[in-house]
Design a protein around this ligand. Structure first.
Ligand code: GLU
Length: 498
């Protein structure tokens, strides 16, 4: 039987990193087995609809590289793929379940339930439905229905014994039936809860493996009993391990860094997120941890998913991101950097190939910008880092503390002397031979001929050109700035220490 798995998110308006891991594992199970990956929107439990949530969910998953064979956006034979469009289907199965004795109507009012819970609390009993309506006679039910009393549908749980279920990762799990609540399957408004809709849909959609986060393990016996009541064959169940932060706590929005959209906006690459998430609870057999989506599609396997908690290590994500950034060709790097440079108002795009530097109004081409971002290629961890790393290139006038021009114990007079000397020799270089090699040679000779310390010349030069103590190679910077701007910045430094 060919594998059919589903990713079944509730559309909240953003994608949690844990849900991305669920989506990714599920997608990889489908792709590695030549199976089908289905997107099902579970929107029955939602208080209110988040506008555009489904579209943005599909969009962010597409950005990551996760695609579906069936779903609301692509159709398929098992639709509709949005639960609120399946209410008629659920109604039919509610009737069937009532007939089969797997559920019953409960007419208890919210007031009575509140009071019941209060009593249970006072008596230190577990708060659960006291099963008052479980054994109503047909006549009693008929009467209540006739008089228009509203009701919910509750699952009829066994009163004792063990419910034994099998998880593909954990093996057998035993539940004491006496701890199971006769919980609500269908609310008074006829809308099913997760527990009901999920099972009905998984069955009707021919799902072979229910793949979900392990927070759903408590639902497992309820689901198994539903399959039993319907007389349906159970799919396999795979519960992915929980993801904890480094302190062993739950990942939470408050601690930032859980929304995939935020990661994307900060300049994390899809490749890095995929690689990182794939290792949250799964480990490749050969220990090679650098894996692209297409490699994962080949080697992923359920058996190598672990049961113990996975740790969300942000440093590891940065490591992967840096790794994938370094492997980008320069043109792709620039393409990724452009939105950040434009957003920071350093440049404006004029057309596809020309850009205006906002401060100087100089028009530059792609090659010029590629030269700049390439200088930081090895260093940046997030694409957004590029802004701070290269903004000095786009400045009209650098602002910095003149004291940082002084290398070690240099005096202002020495800095002045070295920069004046530099200004003179650089001025003599013809523009057509203004390149890294020539600059390196000429400045090197100048240092040697005067017997100067390298740092006493290159340090003030770096600060004059960049306004900072650390920067990419100073010859590369001077080359990109060009002769005119380089001389202008050295003069600017000299003015500062007058
Ligand atoms: N709608 C559930 C969620 O949002 C899906 C759980 C499942 O995959 O069964 O997590």
């Amino acid at each position: 039987m060919s594998v059919r798995v589903r990713f079944a998110p509730s559309p909240t308006g953003f994608l949690h990193i844990g849900s991305l891991r669920t989506a990714l594992f599920t997608y990889l199970i489908a792709r590695s087995t030549n199976g089908k990956c289905i997107l099902r929107i579970e929107d029955t439990d939602q208080e209110r609809e988040v506008e555009g949530a489904v579209e943005s969910l599909i969009e962010i998953l597409r950005w990551v590289g996760i695609t579906f064979d069936e779903g609301p956006h692509v159709g398929g034979e098992y639709g509709p793929y949005v639960q609120t469009q399946r209410i008629d289907i659920y109604n039919k199965y509610t009737e069937l379940l009532l007939e089969k004795g797997g559920a019953y109507r409960c007419f208890c009012t919210p007031e009575r339930l509140k009071e019941m819970r209060e009593q249970q609390r006072v008596n230190k009993l577990p708060t659960r439905y006291d099963r008052k309506c479980r054994d109503l006679t047909d006549a009693e039910i008929e009467k209540k229905l006739k008089s228009g009393e509203t009701f919910v549908i509750r699952q009829k749980m066994p009163l004792n014994g063990n419910v034994i279920v099998y998880d593909e990762i954990r093996g057998e799990i035993h539940f004491d039936a006496s701890n199971l609540d006769d919980h609500v399957l269908v609310k008074t408004n006829g809308i099913p809860t997760y527990q009901f809709a999920n099972v009905v849909d998984d069955h009707l959609m021919g799902i072979t493996h229910v793949t979900r986060a392990d927070e759903w393990i408590p639902s497992f016996p309820k689901n198994a009993l539903l399959y039993q009541s319907f007389g349906w064959e159970m799919p396999k169940f795979v519960h992915y391990p929980v993801i904890l932060n480094k302190q062993g706590g739950k990942l939470s929005k408050r601690h930032g860094d859980v929304m995939v959209e935020e990661f994307r906006d900060k300049g994390y690459l899809a490749d890095a997120l995929v690689n990182f998430c794939a290792l949250l609870g799964w480990h490749p057999k050969d220990d090679n941890e650098i894996l692209s989506l297409s490699e994962l599609e080949k080697c992923f396997d359920i058996k190598s998913i672990g049961a113990s908690p996975a740790t969300f290590d942000a440093d590891k994500l940065d490591y992967f991101n840096g790794y994938y950034i370094r492997r980008m060709p320069t043109d792709a790097l620039l393409l990724a950097c452009l939105p950040y440079l434009i957003n920071a108002n350093l440049i404006k795009a004029l057309d596809n190939d020309s850009f205006k530097i906002v401060k100087s109004e100089k028009v530059v081409g792609r090659a010029y910008l590629e030269g700049i971002v390439e200088l930081e290629h090895e260093r940046i961890k997030r694409i957004s880092d590029v802004v701070d790393a290269v903004d000095f290139f786009f400045a009209d006038e650098l602002k910095y503390d003149p004291n940082i021009l002084l290398w070690k114990k240099m005096t202002t007079a020495e800095v002045k002397e070295n920069l004046t000397g530099l200004l003179k020799i650089l001025d003599e270089i013809k523009t057509d031979v203004w390149n890294v090699h020539a600059l390196e040679g000429i400045i090197g000779d100048y240092i040697k001929s005067l017997g100067l310390n390298v740092g006493s010349v290159l340090w003030p030069l770096r600060v004059s050109l960049t306004g900072r103590k650390a920067s990419p190679g100073v010859f590369e910077v001077a080359y990109i700035l060009g002769k005119h701007e380089t001389l202008k910045r050295i003069k600017g430094a000299l003015d500062l220490i007058q």
